[in-house]
Design a protein around this ligand. Structure first.
Ligand code: AMP
Length: 497
């Protein structure tokens, strides 16, 4: 049964904000997590991005913080009470924007701090006092060292996208940050997977957590049509453009495996007249935010991205996702195609499989627990494209210039199936059948905390925060203190790949 927000008895200012957002029914993670968080229990949640998990933790946190709400201008009356940690700047920015919207009719203040930006404006905001602080770990430590952020009154901490934070190498930073928080607190951990490292993190920092799993990490949304095509590396661009045109797609994400490949592909597509932008870790923060905004505003049709740069981006209703490269990590496939087919909308996920991808496809089959059928691409005849390449056009315009017969020699699709048989050549297919992969028992088991009482190695080896001197922090008083400390350790910056 779908639960309505009205069953929750949210405080009026929060209920009003939710209504203004247009939400009526709770998503499954919200229906499960909100009542638990409202009781103050720790939660270990497995939920894909796009499931509504931001509201699942933000709304009950705000509700519980309302008892501290006050209109005082004194910073002392607005200490940090809830801390939300995320792996990337974009995610932090998105979550902070959502929190602001949910809290807009309250006197609770929120702020976001992430790397790659000047610390000063963030410092000014922190000094004024905020109840909810959203942050990436590296930059938060900078602010802690500079004494801009004091965390001794934190009652709630959220570790969002925890698996990705560990992937990026934030574990020591997380551990340091958590050491600053009062022991008496509520801890919420959200992760796409419950890997052994995540379980260890949870058993160290969560108390008696309630485990909530709404979509298993190896599940993909059933509303996404998944197609796999055999395409040689040199033909991928051509296949991409053909599918885009034939499907009449308006916007798409294109995933590639490397930063270099990302930049190159975006440049080539742009040269070929498609409005394309690239999103990868070598772009400046400003460029990345601009790229995202342009895509959201519909000014850009194709967003070419690497996995880390695109993880969790709150871009809804992307009609299609292309895996230009089969992801190295099978789980990234689930994250990639999670950009499409959200909230019940139908989506298309197209994966190009080249000759050397056999092992990666076998990994995918193991994760998805199904045999992947790989189809051949029927290319349109090479024919002059008229004005297509003589200026910047969207593919929609390009498509309009194309031959209307395109619809018939389109790639296999439901609509084309209605076309007269004689005009369509039989659809060549190749079944890819790797040796049967053994089932991974991890995905068949519910979460269990490890029995071992020994603390994980990283717990004992962590250095005190004083040993980490950030490039962003200028020594305030004693210059000698700089020389006494260890060589400045390069924290994994908040820069994803
Ligand atoms: P998240 O998984 O938190 O990134 O949320 C994905 C998107 O779903 C966000 O744009 C939210 O605004 C939206 N959303 C969250 N909860 C609901 C809801 N109950 N009904 C409709 N949309 C929602």
């Amino acid at each position: 049964m779908t639960a309505s927000f009205s069953n929750l008895q949210l405080a009026e200012p929060l209920a009003r904000a939710v209504a203004e957002m247009g939400y009526e029914f709770m998503t499954p993670i919200q229906a499960e997590a909100i009542p638990v968080v409202l009781t103050g229990k720790d939660v270990m949640g497995a939920a894909q991005t796009g499931t509504g998990k931001t509201a699942a933790f933000s709304l009950p946190l705000l509700q519980r913080l309302l008892k501290h709400e006050n209109a005082s201008t004194s910073p002392a009356r607005h200490p940090v009470r809830a801390l939300v940690l995320l792996p990337t700047r974009e995610l932090a920015d998105q979550v902070a924007q959502q929190v602001k919207l949910y809290a807009k009719h309250t006197n609770l203040r929120s702020a976001v701090v992430f790397g790659g930006m000047d610390m000063k404006p963030q410092t000014l905001e922190l000094k004024k006092g905020v109840e909810v602080l959203v942050a990436t770990p590296g930059r938060l430590l900078d602010h802690i060292e500079a004494k801009n952020a004091v965390l001794n009154q934190v009652e709630y901490v959220v570790l969002d996208e925890a698996d990705r934070m560990l992937d990026i190498g934030f574990l020591p930073d997380l551990q340091r940050i958590l050491s600053y928080l009062p022991k008496q607190r509520t801890t919420l951990l959200f992760s796409a997977t419950f890997s052994p490292e995540i379980k260890r993190l949870a058993s160290s920092y969560l108390q008696d957590p309630v485990t909530i799993e709404v979509a298993r990490p190896n599940e993909t949304a059933s509303t996404v049509e998944q197609r796999f095509y055999s395409v040689g590396d040199d033909d991928k661009r051509r296949a991409l453009k053909q599918i885009v045109r034939q499907r009449g797609l308006t916007q798409a994400f294109v995933f590639v495996n490397s930063k270099l490949g990302c930049a190159r592909l975006a440049r080539s597509l742009e040269r070929e007249g498609l409005k394309t932008t690239a999103l990868h870790g070598d772009k400046s923060q400003d460029e990345r935010l601009k790229a995202l905004a342009a895509f959201k505003a519909g000014e850009v049709d194709l967003l070419v991205a690497t996995d880390v740069a695109a993880r969790g981006l709150d871009i809804k209703d992307v009609p299609a996702v292309f895996n230009f490269d089969v992801p190295f990590n099978a789980e990234d496939y689930v994250h990639r195609i999670g950009r499409t087919g959200r909230a019940g909308a139908s989506g298309l996920a197209v994966t190009f499989v080249s000759g050397s991808d056999g092992r990666l496809v076998a990994d995918l089959e193991k994760l998805l627990k199904k045999t992947i059928e790989i189809e051949a691409v029927e290319y349109e005849e090479d024919r002059p494209r008229g004005r297509i390449n003589d200026g910047r056009r969207t593919w929609r315009e390009a498509g309009e210039l194309g031959d209307p017969r395109d619809a018939l020699d389109a790639l296999p699709r439901a609509a084309a199936a209605d076309a007269p048989r004689a005009e369509r050549p039989p659809r060549p297919q190749r079944e890819y059948r790797p040796a049967a992969a053994p089932r991974d028992p991890f995905f068949d088991q519910p979460y269990e905390a490890p029995a071992t009482a020994a603390p994980p190695a990283w717990e004992t080896s962590a250095k005190p925060v004083g040993s980490r001197v950030s490039a962003n922090i200028k020594p305030k008083r004693k210059l000698a203190a700089l020389f006494k400390s260890d060589a400045p350790a390069q924290s994994p910056s908040d820069t994803p790949a």
